[in-house]
Design a protein around this ligand. Structure first.
Ligand code: HEC
Length: 122
C-alpha cells in the first residue's frame, strides 16, 4: 500500500513539474508558444508543415539564410522589416542551435607526444 502511494506521489510530482516547466506548444502547428509565435504561424505554415520549421535549428544568420533561400527560389514573399525582425527573433531564440553531443578537444597538455611532428619539416 505504501508502495502504491509513493508511486502515485511520484507521478503527481512529475505531472506537476511538467505543467509548470514544460514549454507550451500550439497543438495545431507544434510551434512553441512564445513572443511573436503567431507571426511565424501566419507566415511560415502556408506552403509546408510547421514541422519543417520546428525540426530546424539555427542562429539568426542561419534563419535569415533559409528565408532568403525560400524568397529566391520557393516563392516566399518579402516581409516588411518589423515582421521579419519578429520572425527572426522568435526563430533564433526558440529554435537556436543546440549543444552538440561531441566532447570538446583534449587539452594539448594531456595529449601524448605527436610522433609525426618532425615529418612536416622534411
Ligand atoms: C511560399 C511558400 C513558403 C513559405 C510561405 C515558407 N516556406 Fe519554408 N519552404 C518552402 C519550400 C517549397 C521548401 C522546400 C520544401 C521541401 O524541401 O520539401 C521550404 C523549406 C523550408 C525549410 C527546410 C529547409 C531545409 O534546408 O531543408 C525550413 C526550415 C523552412 N522552409 C522554414 C520556413 C519559415 C521559417 C518560414 C516563414 C518565415 C517559411 N518556411 C515559409 C516554401 C515556403
Amino acid at each position: 500500500m505504501e508502495h502504491i502511494i509513493s508511486i502515485m506521489v511520484s507521478c503527481m510530482v512529475i505531472l506537476f513539474t511538467g505543467i509548470v516547466y514544460g514549454a507550451e506548444v500550439d497543438k495545431d502547428t507544434g510551434l512553441l508558444i512564445a513572443e511573436h509565435w503567431e507571426t511565424v504561424r501566419n507566415n511560415c505554415t502556408e506552403c509546408h508543415s510547421a514541422k519543417l520549421v520546428t525540426a530546424q535549428r539555427g542562429d539568426r544568420k542561419t534563419w535569415t539564410d533559409i528565408i532568403r533561400w525560400m524568397q529566391a527560389t520557393q516563392g516566399l514573399w518579402d516581409f516588411d522589416a518589423e515582421t521579419e525582425n519578429q520572425i527572426l527573433q522568435y526563430l533564433s531564440s526558440n529554435y537556436a542551435p543546440q549543444a552538440r553531443g561531441r566532447r570538446g578537444p583534449i587539452p594539448l597538455l594531456l595529449m601524448p607526444p605527436n610522433p609525426y611532428k618532425d615529418e612536416a619539416k622534411k
